[in-house]
Design a protein around this ligand. Structure first.
Ligand code: AMP
Ligand code: GLY
Length: 419
């Protein structure tokens, strides 16, 4: 099979690494890719969020399957355009990807599907929102529109709630409509499923680390590391979450005529009264994918093809025993103002069984230099979470660039859960 993978981050490097291991792969194109994906496929210049550009490349190269990494091509309608020319696509049509793009739409689907989620109310009047927030005391305030990751404020008391509503109201367009939501407590985990529009196969439960600092402190980031499997649910409980969250959501999207073919990602809070959905994404998570790809012990390509064609057989996925850990090495100044251009060294010293997935990296005069906030993810698998973590940290120390910072506590919550 000839496959075109869209994207250019650490997630795509991990997907390319995994797809390249498939005996069924004849050729892998990555558009536009990065210096890491170039090792496993052929990078092609491409504006991945242009449906015309993707269709034209896919036709010219006669690809058998397009795999979409990031959200932007989905929202732009790349899957819709590919469907029109009968090229199978792993990644949903724009109307289904809205489950990620609009919080209000996601809540609407959850309500219709009976998916457990935080109680919420939508406000368009800031004064009304403020009165409600102060009366509730503990609350989460969310801008309805996209606000560059800054649109969610968790307010633990009435004073914080008042300030949060005022801050969101000042966010311009994004803050004109806000969602006020019950503050949930518990472990925050990521559950992803490979979906064919109706049926699904669950990937192992994983946990991201969103704050920049150890002990979950400091500002939010795109994710500073992940591990899987996250040991907070038994296999039976996990299957139950699949039945309560993934299955009904797929059913509602299908009923609306916009089946989700690709990944359904549920950000879950494991509360005292059961798992509740915080958010949906219509794509693989980053950096969760880096560790998921390490942990999956079977060929991913036939699964992706089955999802794209609507012929997936529901069954448990084969996984390696033990666990995998991925530690993100971030650039100086990340997340506020990441510095670029630092030379990356020590990659050769990392053991060959411990992949390093590149993200914000560019090639300059034959050398690799930093070119983004999250520079790369060092990964390792071990027969236990503790060994995987030790190995990943060894690699994190071995790779060097000026201003490098990372969290040494990736996986610590999982270790505490199962001593
Ligand atoms: P979201 O963009 O909706 O995923 O929210 C970003 C982050 O805010 C999540 O990853 C959670 O850590 C936190 N968060 C969102 N909603 C809630 C909630 N209802 N209760 C507690 N924390 C939340
Ligand atoms: N790691 C969170 C995300 O990909 O949205």
């Amino acid at each position: 099979m000839k496959v075109l993978l869209l994207g250019s981050g650490g997630r795509e490097h991990a997907l390319a690494w995994k797809l390249a291991q498939s005996p069924r792969l004849s050729r892998l194109l990555v558009g536009p890719g990065n210096p890491g994906t170039a090792r496993w496929g052929t990078n092609v210049p491409l504006q991945a969020d242009s449906p015309e550009a993707v269709v034209s490349l896919a036709r010219r190269e006669r690809v058998d399957l397009v795999v979409v990494g990031p959200e932007a091509p989905l929202v732009a309608g790349v899957a819709d355009a590919l469907a029109q020319v009968d090229i199978p696509c792993f990644g949903p049509v724009a109307a289904a990807a809205r489950i990620e793009g609009s919080k209000a739409f996601a809540k609407e689907i959850m309500a219709e599907a009976g998916v457990p989620t935080a109680a919420f109310r939508v406000f368009t009047d800031a004064a009304e929102a403020e009165a409600y927030a102060v009366a509730q005391g503990r609350i989460v305030v969310k801008a309805d529109g996209l606000a560059a990751g800054k649109g969610v404020i968790v307010a633990p008391d009435a004073k914080a709630a008042r300030e949060a509503v005022r801050a969101v109201a000042e966010m311009g367009q994004a803050g004109q409509r806000m969602v006020l939501e019950e503050l949930l407590e518990g472990e925050e985990v990521s559950l992803m499923a490979l979906c064919d529009g109706e049926r699904y196969v669950l990937l192992p439960l994983s946990q991201d680390h969103k704050r920049v600092g150890e002990g979950d402190t400091g500002p939010n980031t795109g994710g500073m590391g992940a591990y899987c499997p996250a040991p907070f649910l038994t296999p039976a409980q996990l299957a139950q979450v699949g039945e309560q969250v993934i299955a009904p959501t797929l059913a509602v999207l299908k009923k609306r005529g916009t089946p989700l073919r690709g990944v359904l990602y549920a950000g879950l809070m494991l509360t005292a009264s059961g798992p509740k959905v915080l958010e949906f994404n219509a794509r693989f998570g980053d950096p969760e994918t880096q560790v998921l790809m390490m942990q999956v012990d079977e060929d991913l390509l036939p699964l992706m093809e089955a999802c794209a064609k609507g012929t997936l057989e529901p069954r448990p996925l084969k996984q390696f025993p033990g666990a995998s850990v991925g530690v993100v090495l971030a650039a100086e100044g990340y997340p506020e103002a990441p510095k670029k251009g630092a030379r990356i060294e020590g990659l050769d010293a990392v053991a060959s069984n411990a992949p390093v997935f590149l993200a914000g990296v560019a090639k300059q005069d034959g050398a690799l230099v930093t070119a983004g906030g999250r520079v790369l993810t060092v990964c390792a698998r071990g027969d236990s979470l503790a060994t995987a973590r030790e190995r990943a940290l060894e690699s994190a120390d071995a790779v060097r660039f000026e201003g490098k910072h990372f969290r040494r506590d990736i996986g610590a919550r999982g270790l505490r859960a199962r001593p």
